[in-house]
Design a protein around this ligand. Structure first.
Ligand code: PEP
Ligand code: MN
Length: 330
């Protein structure tokens, strides 16, 4: 970290800043320049927020050399983290397809979809049971009854499942019963949930909040890594922009950037990004071309009858077509 002093800063102010950092058990070093003094700080094993120092008299700017996050960064761990879920590996160079309906609606609907997506190469099945809906009048999910269906699918079809958690009250249950715990976009900054999930050792899928910068997204992942867990998969699912012709804007910059900044695997959810089944195919191909470690795609046996996210779910024919078009990446 570099602390730039005002060109008219007095020696007393400079000494005051040096003393402040020494008190914090850091190593400040005075670096005199032709116009002004800069103070280089080393020895910090935590990120020091600007507002902890920038009020000291004589300081004009605080420049951070390292990132705010540590454990998620490649500087902390240079290799690619591989997240294993049974036989499935995220971050291994081979993209993983997670597919399934937006919501678990019935045993018939869910198991039929799971069997179909498995036949075409999906390795994890998705399906929400507690749905975070904007309107309280929309379908809220089957709740715990849905969990029984998810487990039945695992027994009958033999694939692991991924399901969103909404409440801290369900952590213990999910830790025992669920293969991948999904932290949805709306929960990305539910700090209580993140802190409690950091205490359990379990594969987790963290979705990017539609309002969140890449830095905020990675800081949310840092919460999860701050305990004993290191099995975190990131998921880009589109962000809010001024563009209103799609549900969200798929930010593929973030995928390319996050591959550089962190060691964690990152997958892409083109379904919630697009909000439209007609463009899920091209977005999926673009995501894998940019280096995503997998995809999360919504598939429903009869999207017209779906209880949530009708417009973006692929029917079986569309999913078959998609999987064929992804062969060059798989
Ligand atoms: C979902 O995947 O079911 C979902 C609700 O997505 P998101 O949290 O990205 O909106
Ligand atoms: Mn959905």
């Amino acid at each position: 970290m570099l602390v730039v002093m005002h060109k008219d800063a007095s020696e007393k102010q400079i000494q005051n800043v040096l003393a402040h950092f020494r008190n914090l058990k850091l190593k400040p070093e005075k670096l005199p320049g032709s116009q002004r003094v800069t103070i280089g700080i080393t020895g910090n094993d935590r990120y020091i927020p600007n507002d902890e120092v920038s009020r000291l008299p004589g300081i004009v700017e605080v420049i951070h050399v390292t990132h705010k996050y540590k454990k998620v960064s490649r500087e902390f761990y240079a290799k690619d983290t591989k997240v294993r879920v049974g036989d499935v590996v995220f971050g291994n160079g081979k993209p993983v397809m997670i597919a399934g309906p937006c919501s678990v609606e019935s045993e018939k609907q869910f198991i039929k979809t799971a069997k179909f997506v498995k036949k075409l190469g999906a390795e994890v099945v998705r399906g929400g049971i507690f749905k975070p809906r904007t309107s309280p009048y929309s379908f809220q999910g089957l709740g715990y009854k849905g969990l029984q269906i998810l487990k039945k699918m695992r027994d009958e079809v033999g694939l692991p499942f991924c399901v969103e958690i909404l409440s801290v009250d369900d952590i213990e249950l999910f830790a025992h019963e669920v293969d991948i715990i999904q932290i949805g976009a709306r929960s990305m900054q539910n700090f209580d949930l993140l802190k409690r999930l950091a205490e359990i050792n379990k594969p987790m899928l963290l979705k990017r909040g539609p309002w969140a910068t890449v830095e905020e997204f990675l800081l949310a992942a840092e919460y999860l890594l701050s305990g004993s867990n290191n099995q975190v998969i990131l998921c880009e699912r589109g962000i809010k922009t001024f563009e209103s012709s799609t549900r969200n804007t798929l930010d593929l910059n973030s995928v390319a950037l996050i591959k550089k900044l962190t060691h964690l695997p990152i997958i892409v959810d083109p379904s919630h990004a697009a909000g439209n089944h007609e463009i899920v195919g091209p977005l999926s191909r673009a995501a894998l071309a940019v280096g995503a470690d997998g995809l999360l795609v919504e598939v429903h046996p009869n999207p017209l009858k779906a209880l949530s996210d009708q417009k973006q779910q692929l029917d079986f024919k569309e999913f078959e077509h998609l999987m064929k078009s992804l062969q060059i990446f798989m």
